[in-house]
Ligand binder design. Structure first.
Ligand SMILES: C[S@@+](CC[C@H](N)C(=O)[O-])C[C@H]1O[C@@H](n2cnc3c(N)ncnc32)[C@H](O)[C@@H]1O
Length: 218
């Protein structure tokens, strides 16, 4: 517990973290990812980034892209942000915020890729609205993505995988790639597909197959 509290305090002072107070936000243009020095860079979001393993790997592999990892748990993003500083990675930033409010922090149609990396599947019917591929979230992603931008999902949940396909198609989007077992597919080398977070490692060690989907909304 003390460790968590320490991180909660530390994270507020890290130069690569935007710590939003829930319910408060400024103009989207005031946030660091819209600074002039990032103007020519493609922007990638990881939603529910946890300790930021994927964001760190994206940033290291794509020095000309700017990655922003978003999570509501500050002690988790503290881990990723401190690793980025230690490794000298200056093209990754972390935002402590609720994904429900993502539209408050980014200018419309400014994002190239959105990654949903092992989002909580929220299996109970009453929690369907919390799934990150439900229509209200798809609306928000469509508002943020540049024309031709892509949303990627990596999950160990069959329920979320099937739900996402139905939700995207019902919304009017297009699934452009999908596999219910990433290890037997050609998608292994794409973006975050080659990165294995601690969460993914735990799913793999239980013998669960990892599923992958890419979809377009605009
Ligand atoms: C299962 S973990 C996956 C973490 C990481 N992407 C990985 O693959 O290891 C889901 C993460 O999403 C975050 N999360 C869940 N709902 C959220 C919300 N509404 N807003 C912000 N973060 C959320 C949790 O705090 C957690 O870190």
């Amino acid at each position: 517990m003390k460790n968590k509290l320490d991180k909660y305090e530390r994270v507020k002072h890290l130069p690569n973290v935007t710590f939003s107070v829930f319910g408060e936000s400024s103009s989207p243009r005031s946030y660091p990812w819209h600074l002039e020095r990032y103007a020519g860079m493609q922007k990638v979001l990881e939603l529910g980034c946890g300790k930021g393993e994927y964001s760190l790997a994206f940033a290291a592999a794509n020095p000309h892209k700017l990655c922003v990892g978003i999570d509501c748990k500050s002690h988790r993003i503290c881990v990723g942000a401190e690793k980025a500083i230690a490794g000298g990675l200056d093209n990754v930033h972390f935002l402590r915020a609720r994904i429900e409010r993502i539209g408050d922090f980014f200018v419309g149609h400014s994002i190239h890729e959105i990654w949903l990396t092992f989002p909580d599947p929220h299996p109970k019917n009453r929690a369907v609205k919390c799934r990150l591929s439900t229509a209200s979230f798809l609306n928000a992603y469509a508002d943020l993505l540049m024309p031709g931008g892509t949303v990627y999902l990596k999950t160990d949940s069959n329920l979320l995988y099937d739900y996402t396909r139905k939700s995207v198609e019902g919304w009017g989007g297009r699934v452009v790639a999908a596999s219910d077992n990433i290890d037997g597919s050609d998608f292994g080398a794409l973006g975050a597909c080659g990165v294995v977070s601690a969460y993914e490692e735990a799913a793999r060690s239980r013998g669960t197959t990892i599923k992958y989907m890419a979809f377009k909304l605009i």
